[in-house]
Write a protein that binds this ligand. Structure first.
Ligand SMILES: Cc1cc2nc3c(=O)[nH]c(=O)nc-3n(C[C@H](O)[C@H](O)[C@H](O)COP(=O)(O)OP(=O)(O)OC[C@H]3O[C@@H](n4cnc5c(N)ncnc54)[C@H](O)[C@@H]3O)c2cc1C
Length: 377
């Protein structure tokens, strides 16, 4: 991917932020299972919580390829920060595109500034990959809707002020805005995760909670074809690039370690089996970067193959990141599993990339299906 001068400048700014504000804190956030308020507000102040928004809505109108490079830089520092910006983008863009003008004006600038965090509530305890068959229901009442059901695994649900909740209305899918303070709406923290530990996950209980009519964002067959698919596609692009950033961090750490750690009187880098690991890591990182770059270019061009290419990029990059992070731990030996080094965190975070925004198995099915459709004569 050949960068323009402008992109080079942008990436230098993202990288400086990651080096100064994210990397020094990331292991601490992981241990505390929380991001700091300061980092959320600092991202908002930089207009980087949803940098793809237009300037007047609180973003920096970042183009698609540069947003990819941004996600990679966030992922190089901390998977949970990268997850935060992805989810804020998914929620803010959905409200801007499908919400009423009043909803957009009320929520989008506040989400972009970090004053109100948004959460995306699709998954349920009994329905993950099979999200279309969710059991949460909405019924019409005078002046609005009553929602009943449970949601699970909401990133930043612990912190969120507003939730985009998927439910069934008149036996068709629908999306609603639910504000945190709504009566009969309960948010419970989920702790003790393997990875993305600072993503402040929560489960939600909607126990007949009543919301006003204007909080309906979308209803009907198109909810999944438009809202869910568009949001998940956006999140997938961010996840794919975040995995590239994570793998790059692991590769860089391994190169440094292999150059400086001596065993058998020579640096680790002189041992051929360590070089074999480094080679596999380099090849995986570069291949993933190329696939993400290709997806970005097609997305920017509005190409009809962009969604399929994004699926391929996310599938490949998330698996590559897990492999590279595992190899990085191996190169570091015992230090690799110590919390004094970041590679153990990256390995745990990498596993999650294969589960969120569609699992690797579901993506295998989707990529094959989309490719068969594309090549059908
Ligand atoms: C850290 C984290 C953050 C998350 N954040 C959010 C969020 O913000 N919002 C949200 O809505 N959700 C979120 N999720 C949930 C996530 O989207 C789901 O975990 C994911 O969709 C998979 O669903 P599941 O966990 O129920 O697994 P299941 O769907 O039960 O799948 C279990 C296993 O079976 C496989 N499988 C399922 N169906 C098939 C099939 N047809 N063929 C072959 N294999 C299959 C899966 O690939 C997986 O390996 C988050 C999850 C995590 C771990």
């Amino acid at each position: 991917m050949r960068l323009t001068d402008r992109q080079r400048e942008d990436v230098a700014a993202f990288a400086a932020f990651t080096d100064e504000r994210i990397i020094p804190e990331a292991n601490h956030w992981d241990a505390e299972q929380h991001l700091s308020d300061e980092i959320v507000l600092a991202l908002g102040k930089a207009r980087w919580l949803v940098p793809t928004l237009p300037v007047e809505a609180g973003g920096t109108a970042l183009d698609v390829p540069t947003y990819g490079l941004f996600s990679a830089e966030m992922g190089r520092g901390c998977g949970s920060v990268r997850n935060l910006v992805a989810v804020q983008g998914m929620v803010a863009h959905a409200i801007l595109k499908w919400g009423s003008r009043a909803q957009s004006e009320r929520w989008v600038p506040r989400i972009a500034a970090g004053e109100a965090v948004g959460a995306f509530a699709l998954t349920e305890p009994e329905n993950g990959s099979d999200a279309r068959n969710g059991r949460t229901t909405a019924e019409r009442i005078a002046g609005g809707y009553r929602l009943t059901g449970r949601k699970k695994w909401m990133s930043f649900g612990q912190r969120a002020a507003v939730f985009l909740v998927f439910a069934r209305l008149d036996d068709e899918p629908a999306v609603f805005l639910v504000e945190r303070e709504t009566p009969n709406f309960t948010v419970r923290p989920i702790g003790g995760l393997l990875g993305l530990r600072a993503s402040e996950l929560a489960e939600l209980e909607l126990n007949g909670c009543e919301i006003p009519a204007e909080n309906l964002i979308a209803h009907g067959r198109l909810v999944f074809d438009l809202v869910a698919t568009t949001s998940l596609d956006y999140g997938r692009y961010s996840t794919a690039w975040g995995a590239v950033g994570l793998a790059t961090a692991c590769l860089d750490a391994s190169l440094d370690y292999a150059r400086t750690r001596t065993q058998f009187e020579v640096p680790l880098a002189e041992h051929q089996l360590i070089r074999a690991l480094l080679t596999d890591m380099v090849a995986a990182v570069e291949a993933a970067r190329l696939l993400c770059g290709q997806a970005g270019e097609l997305r920017a061009a509005g190409h009809q193959d962009a969604v399929r290419q994004t699926l391929i990029a996310k599938y490949f990059a998330s698996r590559a990141a897990y492999q590279v992070a595992g190899d990085a731990v191996q190169v570091h030996g015992a230090n690799g599993v110590s919390s004094d080094y970041p590679v153990q965190r990256h390995l745990r975070d990498a596993k999650i990339q294969e589960i969120i925004e569609g699992t690797s198995e579901i993506q295998r099915l989707q990529i094959a299906e989309a490719t068969l459709q594309r090549t059908r004569v």
